[in-house]
Structures are given as C-alpha cells and as structure tokens.
Design a protein around this ligand. Structure first.
Ligand code: ZN
Length: 187
C-alpha cells in the first residue's frame, strides 16, 4: 500500500466510526494565542502536550526554524489574520534546540538541488533576477538569537496591533521551555 492509500484507508475508517467527535470545537482559540513554531517531527505531538494545549485552544503556524523571513510573507500574514480576525491576543514564537535550520548551509542545499537535477543555469538565472537564493535558504547559528529576531520582526511590524509577543525555546526531547523574550516586559 502506498503512503497515500494508507492515509485514505485510515481516514475512511476514522470518519465512519465518528472518531472526530472528541475533537469538535470552533475556529476561535479558547486560549487566545497564536504560536509560531517549527515543522520538526518531534514537536508534532510533544509541543501541544508540553504546553497543555488541545484541539481548539490555539492557532498554530509552522515553518522551518520558526523563522519570519519576510515581513510581507505568508507567515506574517497568518499571524495578522489570527490577531485581527480570529481573536488571538498574544503571540508566542517557539524555536527549538537541534533544529534542522540551525547551522544550515545554503550552499550545501544548493549542491543537493543540483544532484537532484536542478540545473546550474536555473540557479544562476534566479540569482541574476535579483533573488538571493543563498540568504533565502540560510539557517541560523543560535536558536535564541533567531527567536529574538523573529519576535522583533513581529513586534516592529507596521501592521501589528499592541499585543504581547513572547519568545521561547523548547527542548525537542523533554518538552522543557526556556524563556527568551517576555512579551509583557515593557522596553
Ligand atoms: Zn526545527
């Protein structure tokens, strides 16, 4: 069975036996916050459990490295939608130790792309079109700095309302949270 068939077969059973009932909720978060975190596999279940959040409690936005890399990209738009349209009142940026984006080297990934059939020409055409692929793909060195940077980007965004923006780092094995930026503290 392919992965897709497996998913569809399970899904059929899930719906037929009404397993969705225990997840019934609304689109508004019970705990009025939006979390920006990483797509890391270890955080799929661990993060909600470690923060005591359940279906219906929060808005969650996931992206590699929990990075806000563009002030007018879809990550920032999601956060704004959560705050203005979906009743979230606080933002939590949660990076994690041992992140795939930590120390990620853009050149190594570009080499990988070439091995997988992306031509040198494509890469240089993009570079000549003003797209800086290297800095776009570049990871970060220290997760605490990267979280603080994302918090700063959100806090100083021209369209952000006056809400607390917190920064934290989670341990992907134990779920332990360390505070990097307390959004309640006035600067
Ligand atoms: Zn990560």
């Amino acid at each position: 069975m392919s992965l897709l068939q497996e998913v569809l077969a399970f899904n059929k059973e899930f719906v037929e036996t009404e397993q969705y009932r225990e997840y019934a909720t609304t689109k508004y978060p019970n705990k009025r916050m939006v979390i920006l975190t990483c797509m890391d596999t270890r955080l799929v279940e661990l993060l909600p459990k470690a923060l005591n959040v359940k279906n219906g409690d929060i808005k969650i936005v996931k992206t590699a490295g929990a990075l806000v890399s563009h002030p007018f990209g879809s990550i920032m738009r999601s956060i704004l939608v959560a705050l203005y349209q979906l009743k979230a009142d606080e933002v939590l940026v949660i990076g994690h130790h041992d992140c795939g984006m930590s120390g990620m080297n853009a050149n190594a990934m570009i080499e990988n792309m070439k091995e997988r059939g992306i031509s040198e020409e494509t890469i240089s055409t993009l570079n000549y079109s003003g797209i800086d692929i290297e800095s776009w793909l570049e990871g970060f060195n220290k997760v605490e700095d990267s979280v603080a940077h994302s918090v700063d980007m959100i806090k100083n965004h021209p369209l952000i309302p006056a809400v607390p923006v917190h920064g934290l780092v989670i341990d992907p094995s134990t779920g332990k949270l360390d505070l990097v930026v307390d959004g309640y503290e006035k600067k």
